[in-house]
Design a protein around this ligand. Structure first.
Ligand code: KIV
Length: 276
């Protein structure tokens, strides 16, 4: 059955089952952080990620590091209220899971209990496999995230693409495989050389969802505000499908002009006196 025809909410096992499905469609994933945007995205996407990119996109931080669990839960609750069909996945924010499996379980369990979402996502390769295994064995579906991992920005130095040298590929393939073998139901691979993304997709037994990766991945994800043209600068891998920011600028300028020249509100937007 096409995922669009399904009228219950998709689950992590539904998404995992899409790996290598004969004639299967790629998985469509997007971020959302608010109920109205979740409503729009739910009409087309299989997966809605409440990404910690919310820190940069909505809250104006320079990185995702300041994002807290409370912020993620608040946005996740809004996205759950705005959606009915897509699997909603919530990012574990920086410093809520890296210390070890128990810390990760406490953060992930709080997210699951307080939001009703279907899965959590965490960043990292083989060194996070033990944590992924701990969570998945305790009933928490986990999406992995390898390649460029924005929560490591302080160590990486910049948001540049990873795996541009072939010598780096074996470790990067092993990282994605380790997360899948530990029980993750899918793995996001961000900003890597295109042929490496193809190799990771072939090597990993669960769906690989690309962002700045390859059209050959099992699915694609983009940050919603980037692809709608709401962010001032977008990475090379983003295609802007709309220019809503520019449209908003035009609308705001027109409103300001009409207010200043007293042509707004016009009679259509005012209430006449009721005559008896
Ligand atoms: O936080 C986020 O939006 C993400 C996507 C870039 C995959 O992790």
């Amino acid at each position: 059955m096409s995922s669009q025809a399904q009228n219950r909410r998709l689950t992590a096992p539904d998404i995992a089952a899409r790996k290598g499905e004969a004639g299967g469609e790629p998985i469509v994933a997007l971020t959302a952080y608010t109920a109205p945007m979740a409503r729009l995205v739910d009409g087309v996407a299989d997966v809605i990620l409440v990404g910690d990119s919310v820190g940069m996109v909505v809250h104006g931080f320079d990185s995702t590091l300041p994002v807290t669990l409370d912020m993620m839960i608040l946005h996740a609750q809004a996205v759950m209220r705005g959606s009915q069909r897509a699997l909603v996945v919530i990012d574990l924010p920086f410093a809520t899971y890296e210390a070890g499996p128990l810390q990760a379980f406490e953060a992930a369990a709080r997210i699951m209990k307080e939001t009703g979402c279907g899965a959590v996502k965490l960043e990292g390769g083989a060194h996070m496999a033990e944590t992924v295994r701990f969570l998945t064995q305790r009933g928490i579906p986990v999406m992995g995230h390898t390649g460029l991992t924005p929560q490591s920005i302080a160590a990486l130095g910049s948001f540049r693409a990873q795996g541009r040298e072939r010598s780096q590929w074996p470790q990067m393939i092993a990282d994605a495989q380790a997360i899948a073998q530990a029980g993750a139901f899918s793995v996001v691979v961000e900003a890597v050389a295109e042929p490496l993304a193809v190799e990771i997709t072939k090597a990993v037994e669960v769906p690989v969802i690309g962002i700045g990766a390859s059209a050959q991945c099992d699915g694609q994800i983009l940050v919603l505000d980037d692809m709608l043209g709401l962010t001032p600068r977008t990475p090379k891998f983003v295609k802007r499908y709309a220019e809503i920011g520019a449209d908003a600028e035009r609308a705001l300028a027109e409103y300001a002009r009409e207010v200043r020249e007293r042509s707004f509100p016009a009679p259509q937007q005012t209430y006449p006196e009721r005559k008896r």
